[in-house]
Design a protein around this ligand. Structure first.
Ligand code: SAH
Length: 248
């Protein structure tokens, strides 16, 4: 649930970054911004950079200490521009989006961003259970903080869409479900019989050809309806079925 996800900005120096982060969040369906001791806030520049996300800014919770922003959260993920020596579970941006979204279905979670110059302090990292690093070119690993908010908010949003796409699939017509192994097998048998009848194999090794056909459909993962179309086509090729009437 996106409303269970907090984006926490620690000690942000430039108010423009706060505004840009609010905008990035709203674009991706996130609304809960926490500001830990921002240097200059509220600010005109923050509102300007937020553009149509001034509502996210207006609702932002301002606190003095990181621990206050994390009250009630069962999972806290910290962001870092460089990989640290173990101790924490380390995630990449995609894994982070999936973990945060999955857990947000059960409880409140937080994603913490550090200062522009120095990132998060060790004592702040101690409050996190996992760390996330956005993979970058080795030549320059540090993103602007609002850009980092954008990338990770996007990953959370994509993870949330995956869930709804899955659900959509579940309620679809039965014929749009993936064909089962036995349905595929009967299609391959039909392919074999038809090709054999048409003398397609000639000097070719039928086993090799059939393996290719299996690979092709294995990659495509046809639905029940698509397998039925193949049966229809093969039956016509075998002369067992009238071709469908052409539309007028
Ligand atoms: N020198 C600092 C860089 C801070 S960049 C450091 O090494 O941590 C400011 C903030 O942007 C970081 O604290 C983090 O919240 C975020 N950020 C920047 N680059 C990132 C990356 N590659 N992966 C994850 N977060 C990043």
């Amino acid at each position: 649930m996106l409303s269970n996800i907090r984006i926490v900005l620690v000690n942000t120096f430039h108010p423009g970054n706060i505004g840009a982060a609010a905008r990035a969040m709203k674009n991706m369906g996130l609304t809960r911004l926490y500001l830990v001791s921002p240097r200059d806030y509220p600010s005109f520049e923050a509102s300007q950079r937020a553009s149509s996300a001034t509502d996210v800014l207006a609702d932002a919770v301002v606190v003095d200490k990181l621990s206050q922003a994390l009250e009630g959260c069962s999972l806290v993920v910290g962001t870092t521009a460089r990989l640290r020596t173990v101790q924490w579970q380390q995630l990449d941006s995609r894994e982070c989006g999936e973990l945060l979204f999955d857990e947000s279905e059960q409880h409140e979670v937080a994603l913490v961003f550090g200062r522009e110059r120095t990132g998060l302090l060790n004592e702040e990292l101690e409050l996190c259970q996992s760390l996330v690093n956005i993979p970058t070119s080795e030549a320059y690993t540090s993103l602007n903080v609002a850009s980092a908010v954008q990338v990770l908010s996007y990953e959370i949003f994509m993870a949330s869409r995956k869930g709804s796409i899955k659900q959509e699939r579940e309620i679809k017509d039965e014929k749009d479900q993936l064909a089962t192994a036995d349905q595929n097998e009967s299609m391959y048998d039909h392919f074999f019989a038809t090709m054999d009848q048409l003398n397609f194999f000639g000097s070719k090794n039928p086993e090799h050809v059939m393996r290719r056909i299996r690979c092709l459909f294995g990659r495509a993962r046809p639905t029940v309806r698509e397998v039925q179309i193949m049966h229809g086509l093969l039956s016509v090729a075998q002369g067992k079925k009238d071709k469908g009437k052409k539309p007028e």
